[in-house]
Design a protein around this ligand. Structure first.
Ligand SMILES: O=C(O)CCC(=O)C(=O)O
Ligand SMILES: [Fe+2]
Length: 266
């Protein structure tokens, strides 16, 4: 019998050494009081218009264009959506923290998620001291899949030029570990429950399109289409209850997106 050929030992892989970007400050911003988290489809898709003002979006896109973006290969791995865009990915817990705390996101998600466009909350009341009522806290847990802790440090930047797109897919929940905020605290086991997309430009085409499941009552539901708008944030539920969605082909201009996820305790 021929001797088994011995595989050479694996070569040590060089460690990825992408340095964290020197993100421009998140200024100017609109105060949370001027913004609303608006349901597009209750329990599934929410929008925050003017989440980042257009001046800040311009600062960001010119900064992001200086990062080493790589074009994703056209041939996806098994179970992966066909996507063609230029991307940059970095684990940056400090930036994720900054996006959560210095913008209106934390306040909108934790206390102002059931307001209508006039700022009136719908069913629940706040406690007398301004804290949220137990009913509202319970509704928040139900909606977000737990008590929101912050954003996924896994920050992804996408640039789609004309002809580029992200094919139909579902987004998965991921188990992550949030690093300790200081040397005296511990890391927190967490999981992602909602996708956060922040559009930094408007463009032609490039809509994020959601496909509702057909039901007996409606066998052919209309897709829900979101046209990118500079500075608008979109949140959609992911994991087991994720809707099938895609990033449609950009036909002119450039679509820039910053992606992270909402994170809850695991
Ligand atoms: O770019 C888009 O509109 C969609 C992006 C997306 O689906 C994703 O990041 O998972
Ligand atoms: Fe997605």
């Amino acid at each position: 019998m021929a001797p088994k050929s011995k595989k050479p030992p694996p070569k040590p892989q060089p460690k990825a050494t992408t340095t964290t970007p020197n993100w421009p400050p998140l200024r100017p911003l609109l105060p949370a009081a001027d913004l609303t988290l608006t349901p597009l489809l209750t329990d599934q898709i929410y929008l925050i218009r003017n989440f980042l003002p257009s001046t800040l979006c311009k600062t960001y896109t010119s900064f992001l264009a200086s990062l080493p973006l790589t074009t994703t290969p056209g041939a996806p791995k098994k179970d992966e959506a066909l996507r063609v865009n230029d991307r940059f990915q970095i684990d940056d817990a400090r930036f994720a923290e900054m996006l959560w705390n210095t913008t209106a996101l934390k306040e909108l998600i934790t206390t102002r998620f059931e307001e209508d466009e006039h700022g009136y909350e719908q069913d629940h009341s706040y406690g007398e001291d301004g804290t949220i009522s137990p009913a509202l806290a319970e509704r928040a847990r139900q909606l977000w899949g737990g008590d929101p802790l912050g954003l996924n440090p896994n920050i992804r930047i996408y640039r789609y030029s004309a002809g580029q797109f992200f094919g139909q897919h579902y987004d998965d929940t991921n188990n992550i570990t949030l690093p300790p905020p200081n040397s005296r605290s511990k890391a927190t086991p967490a999981r992602t429950t909602w996708t956060l997309l922040i559009y930094l430009t408007s463009c032609t085409g490039g809509e994020t399109v959601f496909y509702p499941e057909p039901t007996r009552a409606n066998r052919n539901p209309e897709p829900i289409t979101v046209a990118p708008e500079a500075g608008m944030a979109l949140l959609h539920r992911h994991g087991d209850h994720c809707m099938l969605h895609e990033g449609a082909e950009v036909t002119s201009g450039e679509k820039w997106v910053l992606r992270s996820d909402l994170v809850v305790p695991r």
